[in-house]
Design a protein around this ligand. Structure first.
Ligand code: NAI
Ligand code: MG
Length: 498
């Protein structure tokens, strides 16, 4: 236990510090190997609990349980509208427990508890509610054929089957909701593998789903490492679909593993998203906007605005403005009221982010670090601006996944030239444009190679709006009906009537 546990409610403390199993076919159990994974408080670096270290043997049990629940449980015969009602009830319960979930997430991930309460938990609730609405409205269509004769032809949209879902540690509850909500709405059964760093809120969710009445085996949770449990899930021959959010490198490994039985794959991967500030931008909005774009969630956001392109005429003001935004932040343990910037997720990740700052320095860029008081212990890093990084430097090209912003000035007035610079990345997840000119905004939006383009905002999501990446940022679109499509397949039925 860390030294901030006193800030936890008794319910959260008793859950977090208690014993944890993984969920297979409605039973909470240890790993077949009996091995465990230590879970750390990022604010102190201390272990606060342990969870089972599931591996291929546990994944296999979970897949069998999910297959049974898919083929012949109450889930298989339940009217779709009833699935929707269960998902809605789950959303209600999470909402009732908002403080509990926010504390648990903050303890596990390190993020400011206020953020978890204002953003993470409501975002998860909204996603379950939105997808609950789809459950009873997933239909095929009748189709008029192109050939002569009388026919009855139609399509059915069916759940895709048993799905594996592997999620990261940066938004543990939100990522669970992104994955679970559409899969449940579509009628699938699931094996969820949370990140080894942050299993807590997924496990709590597993308990709540049983409580609201989801049948056994609909959600199975295998806690475990990526290289063992995650890899086994991606390769398993009886998994019909694998959904993944995380690094591009692991996304590629998952796509390769999936070819063994040609399971469907959706991937939400890394990014190096540009923030482009035009000369006419409202700087009172663009400055805090650009700062939040990179520093929100300690920079551990797939859509983080990590490359700032500022027109020469506003460049100085922007850099100064962002620097003064850093000065307003309060770096500290996520559980402490008033903290706006928490620790990074792990010692390993802290080393990686510090390593990138050092690489930037060695490559010849100028490092402008924030000077926030640094709490003792924990995985803290000061927000950092890298100025004068050339486009070919590693810090300009690779995903750092920390509070580190690369800033570049541009002189071009041609939109094509600006877009070329912004698009010079192997990623294509998101971008934001800051301008008052409607024509500039929409012409530029058309030119950016990214799954999401924001205008005068950044990191702004909605369960109804498509989300996903172009290029090496991924395959498929989550949110909206796109997400239901990821978890369903279409069957065509044709009957000649004469
Ligand atoms: P990761 O991609 O290794 O981990 C994400 C999830 O994948 C975890 O649940 C992990 O257990 C699992 N996993 C790892 N290796 C696997 C494998 N071989 N087969 C199946 N599943 C596997 O990310 P990691 O190592 O935590 O962070 C490394 C970098 O990845 C970060 O610095 C960041 O750049 C990027 N990242 C991007 C995220 C995003 O939202 N796009 C989220 C997390 C990390
Ligand atoms: Mg990894």
């Amino acid at each position: 236990m860390g030294c901030y546990d006193t800030l936890l409610s008794p319910q959260v403390a008793s859950f977090a510090f208690g014993a944890h199993g993984m969920l297979i076919g409605g039973r909470w159990q240890s790993a077949q190997s009996s091995k465990t994974i230590d879970v750390f408080d990022p604010a102190t670096g201390r272990k606060f609990t342990e969870v089972p270290a599931g591996d291929a043997a546990d994944v296999d049990l979970a897949v069998r349980a999910a297959r049974r629940a898919f083929a012949d449980g109450p889930w298989a015969t339940m009217p779709a509208a009833e699935r929707g009602r269960l998902i809605w009830q789950l959303a209600d319960r999470i909402e009732e427990l908002v403080d509990e979930f926010a504390q648990l997430e903050s303890l596990d991930n390190g993020k400011p508890v206020q953020q978890a309460k204002a953003v993470d938990v409501p975002e998860a609730v909204a996603r379950f509610r939105y997808m609950a609405g789809w459950a009873g409205k997933i239909n095929g269509e009748t189709v008029g054929l192109s050939q002569r004769g009388e026919y009855h032809a139609y399509t059915l949209r069916r759940p895709i089957g048993v799905v594996g879902q592997i999620i990261p540690w940066n938004f543990p509850l939100v990522m669970a909701a992104y994955k679970l909500a559409p899969a449940l709405a579509a009628g699938c059964t699931i094996i969820l593998k949370p990140a080894e760093q942050t299993p807590m809120t997924a496990l709590r969710l597993g308990h709540l789903m049983a409580e609201v009445g989801f049948p056994d085996g609909v959600l199975n949770i295998v806690t475990g490492y990526g290289e063992t449990a995650g890899a086994a899930l991606a390769a398993h021959g009886d998994v019909d679909k694998i959904a993944f959010t995380g690094s591009t490198e692991v996304g590629k490994a998952i796509a390769r593993a999936a070819t063994q039985n040609l399971k469907q794959v959706s991937l939400e991967l890394g990014g190096k998203s540009p923030v482009i500030v035009f000369p006419d931008a409202d700087l009172d909005r663009a400055i805090p906007g650009a700062a939040a774009a990179i520093f929100f969630n300690q920079g551990q956001t797939c859509t983080a605005g990590s490359r700032l392109f500022a027109h020469r005429t506003v460049y100085e003001k922007l850099v100064e403005g962002i620097h003064s935004e850093i000065g307003k932040m309060v770096m500290g343990p996520g559980l402490e009221a008033g903290t706006t910037l928490g620790p990074l997720i792990s010692a390993e990740h802290l080393d990686r982010v510090n390593g990138y700052i050092e690489i930037g320095r060695r490559e010849g860029a100028t490092i402008v670090s924030g000077t926030l008081p640094r709490p003792r212990g924990g995985y803290f890093v000061n927000p950092t601006i890298i100025v004068g990084a050339a486009p070919d430097m590693r810090v300009s090209r690779e995903e750092i996944f920390g509070p580190v912003l690369c800033v570049t000035a541009f002189d071009d007035d041609e939109l094509d030239a600006i877009a070329m610079k912004a698009n010079a990345t192997e990623f294509g997840l998101a971008a934001s444009l800051w301008t008052r000119d409607l024509s500039t905004a929409h012409r530029m939006a058309a030119r950016i190679d990214a799954g999401t383009v924001w205008i005068n905002t950044h990191n702004h999501f909605d369960p109804a709006l498509a989300f996903g990446g172009m290029k090496q940022s991924g395959w498929g679109r989550e949110s909206g009906f796109h997400a239901v499509e990821l978890y369903s397949s279409v069957k065509a039925v044709l009957a000649p009537l004469n």
